[in-house]
Design a protein around this ligand. Structure first.
Ligand SMILES: *Cc1c(COP(=O)(O)O)cnc(C)c1O
Length: 362
């Protein structure tokens, strides 16, 4: 057992009671809990609709289908993100155009315009590690070139950009409830948020065999639904999300104070309110440091060790992949330290003491 794990799900009596309530209800798929979860998610994001699905990857695929993404079309997306950020578009035959990162690890907006071609249809910023991308500049460019913007909010539920909740700004946004995320359903789950009635309606049909009603299949759809037990658990997590995000911010501030001058700490822009899905430091001796911390019972992670434009599945597919110097450098040096809402500052101090020890300051 690790002394300090990298992350941990919220598991209290409320969660257990919610799961039992769903079990005993006799309804297991897309029923009352899912409907309530959708209403609560939409309210939290500040959008008209939230459509739950079996994962974010599934939801994003349905969103692309609902928006009519076509083979050959191009989407500007960071390479430095979870691999599933790019899978759904590729399944639709569209092509990810990989953009390098800035110092916040989000897409460098100054590189966007040069990457636009006549085939470009949209921009998909990823609010990585909980820090929002530079949305104002992204929208400026999107408007000028008639592109849509879809936000990947898997790591940033509740984060703010200039006071606006992420996921409420683009034509649609996606969330993941995978066990490592800030809000989890203790299984797979995800949702798409949007203000667009037609997109919402189409995703609802597509996720459930193209059904308009029980016996009418208006579209050839899929089975990418969410379960009631997952939704019931997610509803509890959502009630605690803002408080737990605040705790993450306090933990990050503590790390910042303790680690300043020892390692490169994660920046937060003045206009950003990050929810620190990950607390990511930089070290030129990253692998050694990770090993040292592991020996002290401290869980760490690398998000992610291989950039997507260098993944075998991608290099096999395209022969015109770009060089992304900042991304390629970052993946060598980044290290995610333990962070989750219930992590104690004592444990944070233990991690910081160990890092000081590694660098010979203690
Ligand atoms: C987790 C994650 C996904 C995938 O979410 P799933 O629910 O596991 O499909 C996509 N994008 C980012 C940035 C993620 O962190």
């Amino acid at each position: 057992m690790e002394k300090v794990p990298l992350s941990k799900c919220l598991l209290n009596d409320e969660v257990k009671q919610a799961a039992m309530r769903a079990l005993e209800s006799g309804w297991y798929i897309l029923a009352k809990e899912c409907e309530a979860f959708e209403r609560e998610l939409a309210a939290h994001t500040g959008t008209k609709h939230a459509i739950v699905s079996s994962s974010l990857t599934a939801g994003m695929f349905l969103l692309h289908k609902a928006m009519g993404l076509k083979p050959g079309e191009e989407i500007l997306v960071p390479s430095h993100t979870a691999f599933p950020s790019i899978e759904p578009m590729i399944h639709c035959g569209a092509k990810p155009i990989f953009i390098d990162i800035d110092e916040t690890y989000c897409m460098d907006v100054e590189l966007l315009e040069a990457a636009i071609t006549p085939r470009t249809v949209g921009i998909m910023p990823v609010h990585l590690y909980g820090h929002p991308a530079n949305m104002e500049r992204i929208f400026e460019i999107a408007r000028k070139h008639h592109l849509w913007v879809i936000e990947d909010c898997a790591q940033a539920q509740g984060a703010k950009y200039k006071g606006k909740t992420v996921g409420s700004m683009g034509v649609a946004s996606g969330y993941s409830f995978f066990p490592s995320k800030n809000l989890t359903v203790m299984g797979d789950g995800g949702c798409i948020c949007t203000n667009d009635d037609a997109i919402a309606e189409k995703i609802r049909m597509l996720r459930n065999h193209g059904r308009k009603d029980k016996y009418t299949h208006e579209l050839i759809g899929y089975n990418l639904r969410m379960n009631e037990i997952q939704a019931a658990i997610g509803r509890v997590g959502l009630r605690h999300l803002d408080a737990l995000n605040e705790r993450r911010r306090a933990i990050a501030a503590h790390y910042n104070r303790r680690l300043k001058g020892i390692v490169k700490t994660p920046p937060e822009q003045s206009w950003a309110r990050s929810v620190y899905h990950m607390y990511v430091i930089r070290s030129e001796r990253r692998n050694e440091l990770a090993k040292f911390l592991q020996q002290r019972g401290i869980g760490t992670g690398i998000h992610y060790p291989t950039a997507n434009h260098q993944q075998p599945a991608v290099t096999k597919l395209y022969n015109d992949l770009p060089k992304l110097p900042k991304t390629e450098q970052a993946v060598q040096e980044i290290l995610s330290l333990p962070i989750f809402g219930e992590l104690s500052l004592n444990d944070v101090d233990y991690v910081c003491n160990s890092i000081e020890e590694f660098y010979g300051k203690k």
